[in-house]
Design a protein around this ligand. Structure first.
Ligand code: FEO
Length: 396
């Protein structure tokens, strides 16, 4: 069923209360999500994006219950990823033959790459291109290359001052009432940050550049209509300001201690390091995770907030635990900047883990400190005595 966004603009998407993961299982979802698509009914009738493939028939049935599909003049595909383009295959044959799809050149590639060449009437647009929709309103397109796909773009509707931002400013978060002022504010920001840290942070430099570019366009923005989660209508620029902060090597006064363990020797070191951080710097937030037992996306959000991390693994098979190896590789993908890191771990005989952790953390872009804790079998009083120096260096 359509929900009114403003004047002749409606939401016609899918709120998914049951979704537990995204991008396969690479992104955890604990508070539902939504695929937001929109219907504009000015002199022209326009669809902004569609929804994910599994819900394509709900989407089309919803549309049919609201409008005659023959009235649709064109579709805007802001992004080719299948959570927004997944209903096109079923939808396009229901529309008038030759109904245009406005999108970027890269979106033609991604859409045809996924669904094959179907003879759809793509209208390729670039930043600044626009199309009239009647009633003195138009849609202006803004390429959002690599935010987060090469094909991404946003669409700005003049007159109603709505920015259809697609993935940017979104959250995997189900909000029945749709709007940010109706959402649980803690969860809203938690999910918006998780989305940024886990999806957009690799492109943080481009986010900063794009925000500057959008600012120069001097658009009046009354609503940011995202493609996931809450739609920002109450002070929509609040999330733009947050993105500007988050995109600039963001950190809070927080340190994260993350480890995995075989027989709890490395756990003991982790706990001692955590205690020492709290002792030396009571204002610093300390987060402690067993990597194998914690959600990786939630951990990465905490990493995103941290100014420093301490990472531990025992030595196993002349290396480190696979859980920790994979975790560091994921952190590398997210391209965190300006964060210190320390390594620690127990060993029984060969003892390579600390050296490997340091190498991997450096390779992942962390500023690795020399101080480390490498304990034979279990932490000795001598090892423990080195922890204050390690923490001092980590906090400096
Ligand atoms: Fe929500 Fe990049 O898809």
């Amino acid at each position: 069923m359509r929900r009114l966004i403003k004047n002749n603009v409606s939401w016609i998407g899918y709120i998914d209360w049951e979704l537990e993961s995204f991008h396969g299982d690479d992104y955890s979802i604990f508070n539902g999500s939504s695929q937001n698509a929109y219907l504009i009914e000015e002199e022209k009738t326009v669809l902004i994006d569609t929804i994910w493939t599994p819900h394509r028939f709900d989407y089309i049935e919803n549309l049919k219950s609201e409008i005659d599909l023959n009235k649709i003049d064109f579709v805007v595909a802001n992004h080719g990823e299948c959570d927004h383009s997944g209903a096109l295959q079923a939808l396009m044959p229901e529309l008038k033959p030759g109904t245009p799809i406005y999108c970027t050149a890269n979106a033609v590639k991604s859409i045809e790459g996924q669904y094959g060449k179907r003879g759809w009437n793509f209208k390729v647009v670039k930043t600044g291109d626009s199309v009239e929709i009647g009633n003195n309103k138009k849609l202006v397109f803004v390429e959002m290359r690599m935010l987060h796909w090469p094909d991404s773009m946003a669409t700005y509707m003049t007159g109603d001052n709505i920015l259809f931002s697609n993935d940017a400013f979104g959250q995997h978060f189900a909000v029945e009432e749709l709007f940010n002022d109706k959402a649980d504010q803690c969860l809203l920001y938690k999910e918006a940050m998780k989305y940024f840290a886990n999806i957009l942070n690799p492109f943080a430099a481009l986010v900063s550049k794009k925000l500057d570019e959008i600012a120069k366009l001097n658009l009046d923005i009354d609503i940011i209509a995202t493609s996931h989660g809450a739609i920002w209508r109450d002070n929509p620029m609040q999330i733009v300001k947050k993105y500007a902060e988050w995109a600039n090597a963001y950190q809070e006064n927080q340190v994260t201690v993350a480890y995995d363990t075989m027989w709890e020797g490395t756990t003991k070191i982790a706990h001692k390091i955590s205690e020492e951080i709290a002792r030396q710097s009571p204002d610093t937030v300390v987060k402690v995770f067993n990597i194998a037992k914690s959600d990786k996306n939630e951990m990465m959000t905490e990493l995103f907030k941290s100014k420093a991390i301490a990472v531990g693994s025992p030595t196993v098979g002349n290396s480190i635990l696979s859980s920790v190896m994979g975790w560091i590789e994921f952190a590398k993908q997210l391209k965190f900047k300006n964060k210190k890191a320390a390594a620690f771990g127990c060993y029984g005989w060969s003892g390579e883990s600390v050296k490997i952790l340091q190498e991997r953390l450096k390779d992942a872009g962390f500023n690795v400190i020399d101080e480390n804790i490498k304990s034979a079998w279990t932490m000795t009083p001598e090892d423990e005595a080195k922890i204050p120096e390690l923490v001092k260096s980590l906090l400096a």
